[in-house]
Design a protein around this ligand. Structure first.
Ligand SMILES: [Zn+2]
Length: 1081
């Protein structure tokens, strides 16, 4: 994934096997995508494969991020956006397939060919005759072209070979002999996707671009990287990306360093990740899934360079490759490029060696108890986790069964109203659901479900409840309404095919590869219409019980291959692990002679020197790039008509949406009393998940599922440049088929006006869930928490967001938990008060995206909806002139890695915004911080971000072994800029890379939403044009001038770290109590 956007994204997921942090589609608002749960690193990466995964239905902002005053560039960039994108691929006039003759000449034979109606594409499967490499060539008129090459890479141990190799092959190759061609592509290409991922049994290298020239550049760099990487001859790359001993001076202690090593330490600090890994390994003790392809930090240092090289030789071979092309480019050109690489190889035996053997089923269930690192705060006894996991079958399932299982999964767990989810949460036995339901990304499907936040005594009760609920579902079946709601939700999502900013071609590729990688039919997973129709027909004929009950019985209840995992909190584990590592390293040191140590110190220096020496210009020039002439001079305009219905502003965007209507109804939050702000996220959840006088919440939820594509509600806050008062709103997002706009607006009205805040028990669950979510975020996305905290110290909008999604919010939730028991009526009336203060025609705004005719057809429903809204006389704006004290803070949590931030408001010091700031901060991230914080510092990520609305400039690091050292690097940024020498090529690359961010690829709903945000934040078309010109004309002088502005972060900035207690203690000793300590877990 593209670092520039993604490292900046604060919407974090726990994916670690990605080259870069997030599985989330590029610039996905935390809400547009199926990112959230999609990925559990190395366990199952993407929801791409299955057409029926719960995650992919949640294309609306389920986890409505309250941190919407986003620090992300991604969001800021929305104000510029975007290249036009055809919403739905339609068949090209003349579907050009690779001429068979051409293919033959290039050394390929055609294996089969199909027209796939579901994605309006012609797909041809080729085999490269000499090596056996397989190629899927998919042609349609989607301009967002995708290429991917995938190898089967099953590991034999947990040294993380596949993962380290995934990182390392992108560090220079035969044709591109520079340190990191990958980073050069990030800097200077127009990619819409660029990343690599490691799965438990495969490694995947995808790229995407809408620009043909750029696309082929990316393809060539990737092909050269995987087949001819420098890393297999270069021990230092292995050290840098994998692991090495570091010793600056023989008198100091030896430490472990390495990007993957630290990345995985971060992963192993998160209890949910630990649980997922333990479960997978216990379900598959006998095959490759019984080890961790990502690498266990305890095992990674056992990996040798020889093993590493051998792994590449064996598996990164055309005979072991599956290659995917998709889009509107010339299919013959694809084969031509490929043949240049593939022809250089002979067939190998890799396909036999890389086969994944199925796991045989157990005859008895298994139980495993593990400890996880916990903090000392809170009630430790209530921090147990328990999860039941099943391996469903001893072989892959047929597509029809898989689809039916996916459907069953949605019925049981897909929405808050789904019975299994509901009964578990309502039991009060735990705080939040864990386990991913049905997972079918690997050779054999699994099912897992459990709870966290459970007391020791209740563990068995949870297990019994899960089993008895499953038995009950098998006996009684599901309501017709529930089945109908699930069916509509799934169909809607399949037809809408909204992959967020994730390229559609990539989503299809991941779906196809999920079967293809096991030598099954790659076409089949792309076709859902027939199996879906068959399933519907069966349900209609036999009834849902006859369809689903046997599945529950066979695959779950009567299946002895069950693994129960119990995770116990252990407040000493983190420091014990750290002590063990230290002891280990001391032993290593003790075993070394004085010469050894001197040599190690020398090697450490050499590595650093290499890392800090820039590539020579001629090496940099090898990487093909575009010129400024290839860049459109004007920003992409999104059609926007500002009108008025019943006195309310209505924005309409006439865009082709394949008959889907997208809408946002926006309410002004500014008259809300300050003390009510932290209640807002729970208010939003209550609206969506409590019932009305006439409808239970289950009925209301099913109704929404049956009639619409989903409704979600969340707060949005951002500073507005040049204004005191921030923009603070509640946004209701909804979508439906245009023919159901009436239902959509009725349901939005029902949710807003009729839902009653009376269900104390449900509200209590919301609080526990939110608390569990916040704790998770603190461990897995500490950089986001640090950023929010700094923002809260630097501007009002940031303060509001932190109240609704930062450490302050976590504090609030902790106190609220008691209050729900003692003063429910007080809370209930506060929720009512929030509703009163928000719901009003004054301050309301409606945003709609659809085709022109559908827009005009919808107007009278909007008008009806607006008529029903209360009208109130102007209420005064509340004054929230609050900020957190601007001291340096360390938020202490049980972790082995840190998140380190520093920030200041540049506008306060007189900086005037210019578009060049985008280019410069991109450049700082891509060079200075990448090299110092990641490459030589050993952190998984280091980046900066400039919020052009508030003026807050932020440095952040991710899974960082350092603390003060990282702050010193941030402070050196001004000098870095002053000394900077860039030639024209480098400058051009930096500009193109920035434009690629700014012109982010967007589907129509995202375009409409971006336009709405621009409207709310007062970003005009004139300004977008001006910024673009400033970006395009950025000069070296701008970099130098920016140095003074950035020095204000050094001089007046505030630092916040989310860090381990030991590291904070050491830092405070070294720099006389630099951090004020706050314990958060
Ligand atoms: Zn990684």
């Amino acid at each position: 994934m593209e670092r520039t956007a993604l490292l900046r994204s604060l919407s974090c997921s726990s994916l670690a096997c990605n080259r870069f942090i997030f599985s989330a589609p590029k610039r996905s608002h935390s809400f547009l995508s199926k990112s959230s749960a999609a990925a559990r690193c190395h366990r199952r990466v993407f929801s791409g494969r299955s057409i029926l995964r719960r995650d992919s239905w949640r294309s609306l902002p389920v986890a409505a991020s309250p941190r919407s005053s986003s620090l992300r560039f991604g969001f800021n960039d929305k104000h510029f956006s975007s290249l036009s994108a055809r919403a739905v691929a339609s068949p090209p006039k003349d579907i050009a397939g690779a001429g068979d003759e051409v293919a033959e000449k290039l050394g390929f034979e055609k294996v089969s060919e199909e027209f796939i109606d579901e994605c309006k594409s012609k797909a041809v499967l080729f085999k490269h005759k000499k090596t056996g490499a397989e190629v899927m060539s998919v042609s349609n008129d989607d301009e967002n072209k995708v290429f991917g090459i995938v190898f089967r890479t099953p590991p034999k141990d947990s040294t993380g070979i596949p993962h380290i190799l995934e990182h390392s092959v992108l560090c220079g190759s035969r044709k591109y002999p520079l340190k990191e061609p990958f980073v050069e592509l990030l800097k200077g290409s127009l990619h819409t996707f660029l990343n690599a991922f490691t799965y438990p049994d495969r490694t995947c290298y995808p790229v995407a671009s809408t620009n043909s020239k750029d696309f082929y550049n990316l393809v060539d760099v990737y092909l050269d990287a995987v087949f001819f990487p420098k890393c297999i001859e270069d021990f230092q790359t292995f050290q840098q990306e994998g692991w090495h001993y570091e010793l600056d001076d023989p008198s100091e202690d030896i430490t472990y360093k390495g990007v993957v090593f630290n990345e995985m330490k971060g992963v192993y600090s998160q209890p949910d990740n630990l649980l997922g890994r333990t479960a997978q390994q216990a379900l598959f003790p006998d095959n490759t899934y019984g080890v961790d392809s990502g690498g266990d930090p305890l095992v990674i240092p056992k990996l040798t360079f020889e093993e590493f090289k051998e792994f590449h030789r064996k598996y990164y071979h055309p005979s072991n490759a599956r290659i995917w092309f998709y889009g509107d480019d010339d299919p013959n050109e694809r084969l031509r490029i490929l043949s240049e690489y593939l022809d250089l190889f002979d067939a190998s035996t890799a396909p036999n060696e890389s086969k994944v053997e199925p796991q045989k089923l157990f005859s008895e269930p298994v139980r495993i108890v593990e400890k996880y690192p916990a903090g000392e705060g809170g009630n430790l006894n209530k921090k147990h986790m328990v999860c039941l996991n099943w391996l469903l079958s001893d072989k892959p399932l047929d597509l029809q069964t898989e689809l039916t299982l996916g459907f069953l999964d949605h019925l049981m767990l897909g929405t808050p109203a789904s019975p299994l989810r509901k009964v578990l949460l309502e039991s009060g036995l735990g705080d939040a659901i864990i386990g991913g339901g049905v997972e079918d990304e690997l050779l054999q499907p699994q099912f897992s479900i459990g709870l966290k936040g459970v007391t020791d005594e209740d563990i068995l009760k949870v297990e019994e409840l899960i089993m008895s609920s499953l038995r009950k579902l098998a006996e009684e079946g599901f309501d017709m309404e529930a089945v109908e709601a699930s069916m509509n939700t799934i169909e809607f999502s399949l037809r809408e095919n909204n992959t967020g900013s994730f390229p559609r071609g990539l989503s299809l590729m991941l779906r196809s590869i999920g079967k293809w990688i096991y030598d099954m039919d790659p076409f089949e997973p792309l076709k859902y219409e027939k199996p879906l129709a068959d399933l519907k027909a069966r349900i209609a004929e036999e009834g849902s019980k006859a369809v689903f009950s046997p599945l529950i019985e066979k695959f779950i209840l009567n299946n002895p291959h069950r693994v129960t995992i119990e995770m116990q909190p252990d407040p000493e584990k983190a420091s014990r692990d750290e002590a063990a590592e230290k002891e280990n390293l001391e032993k290593v040191k003790a075993s070394m002679t004085a010469e050894d140590l001197a040599e190690l110190a020398h090697a450490t220096q050499e590595l650093k020197l290499k890392q800090e020496t820039p590539d020579p210009p001629e090496a940099l020039r090898c990487v093909p790039s575009l010129s400024l002439h290839d860049i459109p001079k004007e920003p992409i305009r999104i059609p926007t008509e500002v009108g008025d219905i019943n006195g309310v502003k209505v924005l309409q965007h006439d865009l082709f949406t394949n008959d889907v209507l997208y809408t946002e109804v926006v309410f002004d939050m500014s008259s809300l009393k300050q003390e009510l702000l932290p209640l807002v996220p729970l208010f939003c959840q209550s609206l969506q998940e409590m019932g009305t006088k006439d409808l239970t919440f289950v009925q209301l939820n099913q109704l929404i599922g049956r009639k619409t594509g989903g409704i979600s509600i969340f707060p949005f806050t951002s500073a507005i440049r040049g204004k005191e008062d921030p923009s603070s709103h509640i946004i209701v997002r909804g979508k439906s088929m245009a023919g159901r706009a009436d239902d959509l607006f009725n349901l939005i009205n029902c949710v807003l006006q009729e839902v009653q805040f009376t269900d104390q028990q449900r509200f209590k669950q919301f609080v526990s869930q939110s608390k569990a979510r916040m704790e998770n975020r603190l461990r897995g996305g500490g950089h986001g928490i640090a950023a929010a905290r700094m923002n809260a110290k630097l501007n009002v909008a940031g303060w509001i967001s932190e109240q609704m999604g930062g450490v302050s919010y976590l504090d609030f939730l902790q106190s609220l938990e008691e209050k729900v028991d003692n003063d429910w009526s007080g809370i209930s009336s506060s929720l009512e008060e929030i509703r009163k203060s928000l719901l009003s025609r004054e301050g309301c705004l409606v945003n709609m995206t659809a085709d022109g005719k559908n827009l005009s057809d919808t107007e009278n429903f909007v008008s009806k909806f607006l008529d029903l809204l209360p009208s109130k006389s102007l209420v005064e704006r509340s004054s929230w002139s609050a900020r957190l004290p601007s001291n340096n803070e360390a938020i202490v949590i049980p972790t082995q890695v840190n998140y380190v931030g520093k920030a200041a408001n540049l506008y306060d010091k007189g900086y005037q915004l210019s578009g060049s700031a985008y280019v410069i901060s991109n450049h700082i991230s891509n060079t200075w911080l990448w090299e110092r914080v990641r490459v030589s510092g050993g952190a998984y990520g280091g980046f900066c971000n400039f919020d052009t609305h508030s003026g807050v400039f932020t440095f952040l690091s991710y899974r960082d072994p350092n603390l003060l050292k990282t702050l010193d690097i941030y402070d050196g940024t001004g000098d870095f800029l002053r000394k900077l020498e860039v030639d024209d090529d480098t400058l051009t690359k930096a500009i193109i890379g920035t434009i690629s961010d700014v012109d982010a690829y967007q589907l129509p709903d995202a375009k409409g939403y971006s336009s709405l945000l621009r409207y709310l934040l007062g970003v005009t078309e004139e300004e977008r044009q001006r910024r673009r010109e400033e970006i395009l004309s950025t000069s070296l002088k701008d970099f130098k001038d920016f140095a003074d502005a950035i020095d204000s972060v050094k001089a007046n900035g505030v630092a916040v770290a989310v860090a381990s207690p030991d590291d904070v203690e050491t830092a405070n000793k070294e720099r006389s109590n630099f951090f004020q300590v706050k314990r958060a877990l």
